[in-house]
Design a protein around this ligand. Structure first.
Ligand code: 5RP
Length: 227
């Protein structure tokens, strides 16, 4: 662990704590991102006997399978005992911004099918008000111009996320819009409003699917915050 950056050490601490909270024989939903990668590694190393996992992305599925952790399609697992994922921001209600890793749609589907959501983050993700991190939305590509206009009318700036100079293509073959300049003071209302805009597949505000517990890692240790 000493070769890791200090932020990665915190991510690993939160991830290891999450493994300790998983009951044997659970169905475990697995999110996406660098913090979740530490969780996957720790879960595999723990030898904890679980029923299996359901994954929110091709990247997490590959990592789980490479480490010998069984991955099942969501259709075969109607209820997840627990869902473990990171976040780009989380507030004191457990409301989050997610989607920095472009996996938000499958993440929200899994979160909605889980009995509890354990959010694992380092201290940099803890915020008073959501919106400093650019808000991701997964969208139908042809809707981009109108959606950019709608956000402009709200005083925010939206742009299509690029990879190697081209629009990034998600695991669902769609595009991501990143929105800067928002202050999301009422995440539940905001999520409901933007979800209704034509062409929006998923908005990266997780208010209806908020965290049940946040494992917040700082140099002082991992704090468990229940919502
Ligand atoms: C992916 C996500 C991630 O949970 C979020 O981007 C945090 O990632 P990281 O752990 O790499 O900071 O929502 O879509």
């Amino acid at each position: 662990m000493s070769s890791l950056s200090s932020q990665d050490q915190l991510k690993a601490m939160a991830a290891e704590k999450a493994v300790q909270l998983i009951e044997p024989q659970s169905w475990v939903g697995v999110g996406t991102g660098s913090t979740v990668n530490f969780f996957i590694d720790a879960l595999a190393q723990s030898g904890l006997p679980i029923k299996g996992t359901v994954s929110s992305s091709e990247a997490s599925s590959q990592r789980l399978k490479a480490l010998g952790v069984p991955v099942f399609p969501i259709e075969q697992v109607p209820v997840l005992d627990v869902y473990v994922d990171g976040a780009d921001e989380i507030d004191h209600h457990g409301f989050m911004i997610k989607g920095g890793g472009a996996a938000l749609t499958r993440e929200k589907i899994l979160a909605a099918q889980a009995n509890s959501f354990i959010c694992i983050v380092d201290q940099s993700k803890w915020v008073q008000t959501l919106g400093v991190f650019p808000l991701p939305l997964e969208i139908i590509p042809m809707a981009a111009p109108k959606l950019i206009e709608r956000f402009k009318a709200m005083g925010a700036q939206a742009s299509v996320r690029l990879k190697d100079g081209h629009p990034l293509i998600t695991d669902n073959q769609q595009h991501i819009l990143d929105v800067r300049g928002l202050q999301i003071t009422d995440p539940l209302a905001f999520e409901t409003q933007v979800n209704q805009w034509p062409g929006v597949i998923t908005v990266g505000v997780f208010a209806n699917q908020r965290a049940s517990v946040c494992l917040l890692a700082s140099p002082e240790g991992v704090k468990t915050i229940e919502f």
